[in-house]
Design a protein around this ligand. Structure first.
Ligand code: PGA
Length: 251
């Protein structure tokens, strides 16, 4: 019922030349057409060229962020409409690196989600706890607080295209993948939060992704969990072969 999804988040990596090579290599191994959604989030500067290289394939594009207002005098910002115009179907919002380094609050992320929905972008909302919060048994509280504040005021229609990525901060870029039981516990909690707060039908369709040091060794056991519908992959998505290995080993 929920279509699986694998998202590659390139973060601030890859020049145009390496993007081209990545796409060529990926499409050489596979046309990526199948029963799952494959999404890649390049930096803004290469979105439109990656779009051209991907022409004819089923791979979809995501932005890594967008501005918190619709348009106007915001030097250096990229709007939701611009992302859509450049060929994106998705946007990643609330990533912990933006929460930490750009001081993004739940309230700001909420504004961005509204704008993304208005522009017809599918939102991948990231949530997750720090190691300190996990050690003091606050994981579910943190997740609940983030979900409640980031999704406040959104209509059922807007929430229809939402995906939630559980990304424990301690697992991102550290090589410490959360174990499948830990992941299922939190995903189960997110699913029941969705049921309680958004209703039964939305909770059934909302995809919940896991992210944090995913590789092709860890992906099968993660994807085997009942509430893991997809993966958000950072470091291991930078090489087309390891990204493809994750896709192949997961489904
Ligand atoms: P990682 O990043 O796979 O390099 O841990 C995941 C993410 O931050 O989305």
């Amino acid at each position: 019922m929920r279509r699986p999804i694998v998202v590659g988040n390139w973060k601030m990596n890859m020049l145009i030349s390496s993007s081209r090579k990545w796409v060529e290599e990926l499409l050489n191994i596979s046309d990526c057409a199948g029963t799952i959604d494959i999404v890649v989030a390049p930096p803004f500067t290469s979105i439109s060229v990656v779009r051209q290289y991907l022409e004819g394939s089923k791979v979809l594009l995501a932005g890594q962020n967008l501005a918190s207002i619709a348009e106007g005098a915001q030097t250096g910002e990229i709007s939701a409409n611009m992302l859509k115009d450049a060929g994106c179907d998705y946007v990643i919002l609330g990533h912990s690196e933006r929460r930490q380094y750009q001081r993004e609050s739940d309230g700001l992320i909420n504004k961005k989600i509204f704008l993304a929905c208005q522009s017809g972008l599918n939102v991948i909302l990231c949530v997750g706890e720090s190691m300190g919060e996990r050690n003091s048994d606050k994981t579910n509280d943190v997740i609940e607080r983030q979900l409640t504040a980031c999704l406040e005021g959104l209509s059922e229609d807007q929430l229809n295209s939402l995906s939630i990525a559980y990304e424990p901060i301690w697992a991102i870029g550290t090589g410490n993948t959360a174990n499948p039981n830990q992941v299922q516990d939190v995903h189960g909690f997110i699913r029941s939060w969705c049921e309680k707060s958004l209703g039964k039908s939305l909770s059934r369709v909302t995809r919940i992704l896991y992210g944090g040091s995913v590789n092709s060794q860890s992906s099968p056991a993660l994807m085997a969990q009942p509430d893991v519908d997809g993966l958000l992959v950072g470091g291991a998505s930078l090489r087309s072969k390891s990204f493809y290995d994750i896709i192949k080993s997961s489904f």
